[in-house]
Design a protein around this ligand. Structure first.
Ligand SMILES: [Zn+2]
Length: 292
């Protein structure tokens, strides 16, 4: 693993340790205050070793990836449908949208249905292929954020759903987004909030600690400062609508975070084929506009 020990936001080396789960340390930067994981993978190593096929169909989704991401497309559509309902008044009415990390294209499909001209960016070839089939070959770039190519100021809305915490260099990523955003455009960022009540109560067991993939943990304040460094101004944050539809099996699997025996106890009662909307209020949706 790349021994990247510096803060991914400001480059500072000094940090205060929150806890250690070898080989990872979760720590707060002494310079900018953001919480980050050290050491962590970067560059091609990150894409190839963490986001391979077993990320999307993982045998151990509580520590990495998803049980069956593409198989849950219907749940993702329900989640995004609900989020769009909640957010509708805060977003541009129509235009060109780019979804960064679009996976199989569920969000873009909904936007296309609403009259948007939809574009996606997805580093995983298998997910990008599914998105191409749904959205159109010419609409999806199979690339990471740092290698993508779009014209400057060409999008009215750019969305990062569960993406920012995965980026090895979040500010550089947001700078690219800023470059592609039209002067009246909006960026929508959804990410987990380490200052939330749920995160504080759960401590090291918090469900969003997945050290191979979640490299940075934001609060509204550190997100605001990251946006500012990238030339964006946060104009709104909310927790409402940041929940997800999940399968019963997901809840059973995550209950291992409370105690390793819980999944065995819960499976007979909750393990069937059902789903529910869950919002533990530990994620935020933020909307930003470009600074002049
Ligand atoms: Zn820092």
């Amino acid at each position: 693993m790349d021994a990247d020990l510096h803060c991914p936001l400001c480059g500072e080396e000094k940090a205060r340790l929150r806890f250690e789960q070898a080989p990872h340390r979760v720590q707060d930067c002494a310079g900018c205050g953001v919480t980050y994981v050290s050491p962590r993978r970067t560059g091609r190593e990150l894409i190839e070793e963490v986001y391979d096929e077993s990320y999307w169909r993982s045998n151990s989704p509580s520590s990495r990836g998803y049980a069956d991401y593409a198989g849950d497309a219907a749940l993702h559509e329900r989640t995004y449908g609900r989020r769009l309902q909640v957010l509708e008044k805060r977003l541009p009415r129509a235009g060109r949208v780019l979804d960064v990390g679009c996976a199989e294209g569920s969000f873009l499909q909904l936007m296309q249905n609403r009259g948007w001209s939809a574009f996606g960016l997805e580093p995983s070839p298998s997910m990008a292929q599914l998105a191409c089939a749904r959205i159109g070959e010419d609409r999806i770039q199979t690339a990471s954020l740092d290698r993508a190519r779009f014209d400057s100021e060409c999008f009215d809305l750019i969305t990062l759903w569960d993406v920012l915490e995965h980026l090895p260099a979040p500010i550089e990523g947001l700078q690219r987004v800023r470059e592609w955003l039209s002067p009246q455009g909006r960026v929508l960022i959804e990410t987990q909030d380490i200052s939330s009540l749920m995160a504080r109560v759960c401590g090291a067991r918090w469900q969003h600690f997945k050290h191979d993939e979640h490299l940075v943990h934001f609060t509204p304040a550190t997100l605001e400062s990251a946006c500012r460094k990238a030339g964006l101004r946060l104009i709104h944050t909310q927790r409402r609508g940041a929940g997800k539809y999940v399968r019963g099996a997901f809840l059973v699997e995550r209950s291992a975070r409370i105690h390793r025996r819980w999944p065995g106890l819960l499976r007979p009662f909750l393990g069937g084929d059902w789903s529910v909307y869950v919002n533990p209020l530990d994620e935020i949706i933020a909307i930003a506009e470009p600074l002049p």
